[in-house]
Each structure stands twice: as C-alpha cells, then as structure tokens.
Design a binder for this molecule. Structure first.
Ligand code: MOS
Length: 722
C-alpha cells in the first residue's frame, strides 16, 4: 500500500480533476471580465458574439443568469452578473457559451463593453487615510484590543516607561494562491437535480452554497471533488466558474464546463491582501517584554468581504503585561481577498518576528534567548493555559540541529557570499470543526471510511485510512477512504488546519459505534455467538475462546455490511484550555556580495503540532508551507497598476520559486499528542509551516548584510549597500 494514497493516481495522470470530466452534449462557457476597476456597465454589445460560430448564448448583467447571493458559514458570497456595478479590474461580467472552448473564447473577444467609469482607488497607501475598523476576527474576538497592566493608562505610557523600545513599519505584498488547478466546474442537470464537478475544500459546503445561489434544495445538488489541484484557502468558497456553469447548464439544458484561464484566476477568484503594519516593542534591559503594540492595515475589496487579520494573532506569541492590537481595513477597487494559508498569521508574523529580531539587536541579545525569556503559557488576556506548548524544546532542538551556536552577530563570509542565520517563532491556533464520518465494515473483511470533505493535497485521504485502520484495529490496506462527495456524511472543510482533528475524531466515534453494533450482532439470536459476551480485537469478534473476523461474522448472518456514522464537534475542551501549534523556524541565507542576489541555503522547522498521523504527508504540508514562506520573502507579489489592472497576474510575471530556489528542508517534530484538544491527539499542520518563515529569512538577511528590509518580497535592489 502506498504511504500516500493519492500519489499513484496523481503522478500517473489517472486522477480526474473537476475539469477533466466530459459529459455527453457538454458545451463550454468562457468568462468575460471587466477592463476597468470602478464604474457601471453602460452597454454590452453581443451582436458579433451571438453570430459567431458555435455560440449558444451570451450572458451579462443585461441578460443575467438566475442566481441569488448565498449566505452560508462564510457570510455572503458574491455571485456574478446580478448588477451592472464594476468594483475591480478583471471582475466576471459575462459568460459566452459555445459548442467548444475555442469558439466561446473567440466570441468573447468580440464583445464590446462600455462603461460609466468612476475614479478607482487601487493603492493601499493612497487609501489608508480612509481606513475603517475591521470587523471581529474569525473566532469572534475583537479586532481592536488593549490589555494593560493595573495603573497603566495607555499602551503609549507603557512604551514610554520601557527602557528599550523598537518601533518600525512593515509591509507585505498582495499575493495569490496560484494553485496549479485553475478554478473550474462541470455542471449538469437531470431529473434529480444538479451534479457539479469542481475542485473545492469541502464538497458539502459547495453543495450548500450552490443550492442557496440556485434556490434549490441542497439535497438536489451533488458536488464532487475527489481530486483537487491545490486550494490553500482559495477554494473554500464556491468560485464564479461553478456558479456560472451551474446556472448556465440549467438555462441551456445541457452540461456546461467553465474553466478560468490562468490570468482570470488572478482576478476572478480571490487572493491575499496587502498589509502595512506598525509594531512597537518595549522591553527591560534584560529582554523582558513590557509592551507590545501591533497596528495593521490591510487592503480589502470594495464589498469588504474579507479582512487579512495581520495583528490578530500577536496576543498568542509572547508574555507581556501590556498589549495593544488594532486591525483596520482599507476598501479598494481590487480583486477580493480570502483565506490564504495562515490568513493573518503569515503576514502578521513577518512584522512581529522581524520586530523581535530588531529588539534582539537593540539589546545585543541572542534572538532565541529573547524569545524564550518571553515564552508565554497562555494567550495574553486569557486565563486558559495552552493544552501543551513545547516551543522551548523546538528552539533547543532546532538550535542544536542547525548549528545555531556558530552564528555571529554579523554573519560570516564564504567566498563571494555573505552568509547569515535567522530564526522566528511559528504559531497557529489549533481548531476543529463539526464533522461526520461513516464507518462501514464489509463482509469481505475490508472497511470503508467516508465523509464529504476534500483532500486538496493535504493528505487527508491517507489520514482517513490510517485513523480508520487504527480505530478498527486492522491494517490500513484493508480500509478504503472516500472523500469529495457531498452525498457522503458532512465532513466540513479542509481549511483552518482542521481536517485531521475534525474528521479523525469523528472516525474514532464512528468506529467505536460500529464495533459495538458488530458485537451486538454477533451475540444476537441465531448469530454464531448468541447470548455470549463478545469482545473485539484485531478485526475479529471473540467469545468463549473462539474468534471470527468481522467479514466471517457478517457472512454468517447474511449481512453484506454494517455501518455507523460518527459525529464530533468542538465542545467542552474550549472552556478548559487554549490550543495552538508552535514551531521554531531556522534559516540560512546567502547574499552575493556583488550581485546582491539572496538565496536560502538551509532551512529547518521544528514543530510542536501534537501527534503526527502520517509522517510523509505531514512533512509535505510543513515543507510546502516553508517553501511558500521563501516565496513570500523573496519572490511573490502582485503589482497593481493605478488603473487596477494586475501588471503581473500570470505565471510569467508572478514569481514563484522553482526547485533551484529551494534548498534541502529539514523538518523535525516534537511529538506530544494533544488529546486535550481531540481524541486523535493531532493539532493542525497545514498552515503553521508558512508562519514566521519570511521573518526568519529577513532576519538572516540582516545577519548576513546588516541591511534590515521591512517589506516582502525582498528584492535585489533592497540589498544594495549604502
Ligand atoms: Mo486554509 S487558508 O485554512 O483554507
């Protein structure tokens, strides 16, 4: 059995992603996007398009498809074509449906759109004077908060009273998930309702959003996503492609496929907001933090549908008596924002963990020692202690593995290269969501573990089989996991680093239930162990010194299978502890002293994330996050022109690291199963890998060159010597 179940179908090309589905009679939709950033559509001339070869219909705000704005767990999700307003460049404003993709695309090029254009605000700096308070964070906690020691009137007083203060402004770029699989959908209606194949992070959530948008019962929407080519938060909400394909298929009465072009993915979906962050840290001479102030501004789309909460997690890092955080949003005429791997934590940690490094420099103190001096036992202002926190061990082990003791305050040189080491703390809250999983025992001695969910590359499919096998006490090869089908019990979302904790807990409950039912069946009237006390181990029922496999028992009583659905939700534990994963990020950067090129040459992440279920997929998650941290630090950034057009919204201009940019990555786990959080003992690992990485790189660059760069991505021109 492969150690990663989705590996063989993916590398052999057998895995069918959403747009790989082709149905009889299927036609193709091509999305038309706006070419201004702000205004109202005055007219759409479709004469040429309607007469073009193969064209079936053309939809626009003047001939809309029948869609409503769904309001689900994500709040309202925008649906296209319902009004004439344009809020950003590249907004979906039309759909051409034709017999072939090429015909639809060609006809779309002939469409003339005229606008009443209004002035557009597209720059975070330009918009900052119009900033507004952000709404509360995802967990409901206020976006602005002051925690002050008794007798301290304000955070400014606490900073003034601090013997050592560092204060600086940091900035992070607009980014995009840029998942390999572009957003797409194949939609078909029959007498039972809608079937839609579309990559997403939770097939039942997709079904709910589509049902609400189409005003049909959720039971008549069947959403399928057995393989997803990357998501990272960008496929949590239903895409414009899926809404339009579903509505057009209903209007036309034929299956419709809509695939966004790579350029369209950058604007017609959603990405990560740019941030500007001011951090001030006050400390004693020996490095004890007295005051932390973190104010953040993030761009948001005109509809304010998402705020990147960059300052929000700062209360979870270090102990200090005084904390002030604020989060402002700056509405702009830019493509929307959404969840993107560690939303808030990735951006916020760049500022906070750079500032901690600056404080270490000001104190002439080792940056690990400074962090450990301020190690906290609970989030600031909360009296619930962490269920487990082994950050000190992460740093201790990491320092030894990485050779931290050889670091000097001013790096070293190696030929033409300036070499520096940097560290940062990583932190990501441990969450889980309600989930239900069906556990089935079959008469051939195999089992099935099934939940709607999604495995967007996280490894959840393999984890289902492993936790299922462990819970049923049989080898993983005998467990078939099923995922990515909204008809299965609702497994929630692969997001928030919750998949293993949520689904795993439900599997354990479902397995215990089905075993109980099996035992009852074994001892029921007419069954082989009638009236006996029956136990279960090793895939077998046992009574009176006799044993039968569950398959043998099911065959003996003529039952092809036996199922139970286990459900689990977060509950009581939330009143007893705080829950987070932690980690220590180490990196070595080489800056060429003549070309000023920066290259990451070594990386190590040591993580305290509870129990690790599958070493291979866990390492893949963490190295993926760390690589993205390199990318954020040195490569990625969308350039938004004043017009609102993305100057580099494609794979030629939007820089992503390639293999040659990434060194060997060492990952180590300190494994303390966290059964206070959930019975599986696993905390999340999907997002923490990116947290702190960009700061560790910027800190290493400072160590190598003495140049402090307070924005990402860091470019060659940022590293020119004075
Ligand atoms: Mo992920 S950003 O939690 O969907």
């Amino acid at each position: 059995m492969p150690s990663r179940l989705d590996g063989p179908p993916k590398v052999t090309g057998r895995a069918k992603y959403g747009a790989d589905h082709n149905l009889p009679g299927m036609v193709h939709g091509y999305i038309v996007v706006s070419t201004i950033a702000h205004g109202e559509i005055r007219a759409v001339d479709v004469t040429a398009a309607m007469g073009a070869p193969g064209v079936i219909d053309v939809y626009s705000p003047f001939r809309p498809l029948d869609l409503r704005t769904p309001n689900t767990m994500f709040g309202e999700t925008w649906v296209p074509l319902q009004d004439k307003e344009v809020a950003y460049y590249g907004q979906p404003i039309g759909l051409v449906v034709a017999e072939t993709y090429e015909q639809a695309r060609d006809a779309a090029m002939t469409i003339g759109v005229s606008y009443h254009e209004r002035p557009a605000l597209t720059s975070l700096l330009d918009g900052i004077s119009a900033a507004q308070d952000a709404p509360p964070g995802f967990d409901g906690s206020p976006s602005t908060m002051d925690i002050l020691a008794p007798g301290v009137a304000s955070i400014e007083d606490a900073l003034r009273a601090s013997p050592v203060v560092v204060e600086a402004t940091y900035a992070t770029a607009t980014q995009h998930h840029a998942a390999m699989e572009p957003h797409s959908a194949v939609a078909a209606w029959d007498s039972d309702g809608l079937t839609v194949y579309s990559g997403n992070q939770g097939s039942n959530l997709q079904a709910m959003e589509l049902a609400a948008a189409l005003e049909v019962d959720v039971s008549s929407v069947h959403a399928l996503n057995p393989f997803v080519g990357g998501a990272f938060g960008g496929k949590a909400r239903t895409s414009a492609a899926a809404f339009l394909a579903a509505a057009a298929a209903r209007a036309i009465g034929r299956p419709v496929k809509v695939v966004l072009s790579r350029e369209q993915v950058f604007t017609a979906t959603a990405g990560r907001a740019a941030t500007i962050q001011k951090v001030a840290l006050g400390a004693t001479q020996d490095g004890s933090l007295i005051a932390i102030r973190h104010d953040a501004w993030s761009s948001t789309a005109a509809d304010r549908s998402f705020v990147e909460p960059a300052s929000h997690s700062t209360r979870e890092y270090y102990k200090a008596e005084n904390l002030s955080i604020s989060q402002k949003m700056v509405p702009l005429n830019i493509p929307p924002g959404t969840f993107m791997r560690a939303p808030g934590e990735a951006t916020g940690s760049f500022a906070l963990e750079s500032a901690i490094d600056e404080l270490a420099v000001a104190l002439n103190m080792d940056p690990i020692q400074l962090r450990m001096r301020n190690d906290s036992t609970a989030p600031l202002g909360k009296d619930l202690l962490w269920s487990g926190k082994h950050l000190d061990e992460c740093f201790r082990i990491g320092a030894a593995r990485f050779g931290w003791s050889e670091r000097t305050p001013h790096g070293r040189t190696d030929g033409d290269w300036l070499v520096g080491l940097g560290v940062a703390t990583a932190m990501f809250p441990a969450l889980r969501f309600p989930a239900s999983v069906r556990v089935t025992l079959r008469d051939d001695d195999t089992a099935e573990v099934a939940t709607s969910g999604a495995d967007p590359g996280t490894g959840l499919l393999t984890v289902l089989s492993l936790v299922g096998a462990e819970s049923l006490d049989i080898p993983p090869a005998r467990v078939t996991p099923l995922l990515g089908d909204s008809a299965l019990p609702p497994g929630g979302m692969s997001g928030g680093s919750t998949g293993t904790a949520s689904a795993g807990s439900a599997i354990m409950i479902g397995a215990a239930q089905v075993i109980e039912e099996l035992q009852a069946l074994a001892s029921s009237p007419g069954a082989p162990f009638e009236g006996m006390e029956v136990s279960y181990a090793d895939g077998r029922v046992l009574a009176n010194g006799q044993a039968m496999t569950f398959g043998e028992l099911l065959r003996a009583v003529n039952r092809p299978s036996l199922s139970a659905i286990g459900s689990s939700s977060p509950g009581e534990e939330l009143t007893k502890h705080s829950f987070s994963s932690f980690g220590a990020q180490f990196c070595e950067v080489r800056v060429h002293q003549w070309t000023r090129e920066a290259r990451v040459s070594r990386m190590l992440g040591v993580f305290d994330a509870g129990r690790i279920i599958n070493d291979k997929t866990a390492r893949s998650q963490l190295s993926g996050g760390m690589i993205w941290g390199v990318s954020a630090a040195l490569h990625e950034g969308l350039e938004i022109e004043r017009s609102g057009r993305l100057a580099n919204g494609d794979f030629a201009g939007y820089l992503l690291p390639v293999n040659a940019d990434i060194p060997d990555i060492d990952i180590h786990f300190v494994e303390y199963p966290d059964t206070l959080h959930n019975s599986v003992g696993a905390r999340g690992i999907g997002e923490i890998g990116i947290v702190g990485t960009a700061a560790a790189i910027a800190n290493a660059i400072y160590n190598a060159t003495g140049i402090r760069v307070r924005h990402i991505p860091i470019m060659v021109e940022d590293l020119l010597p004075d």
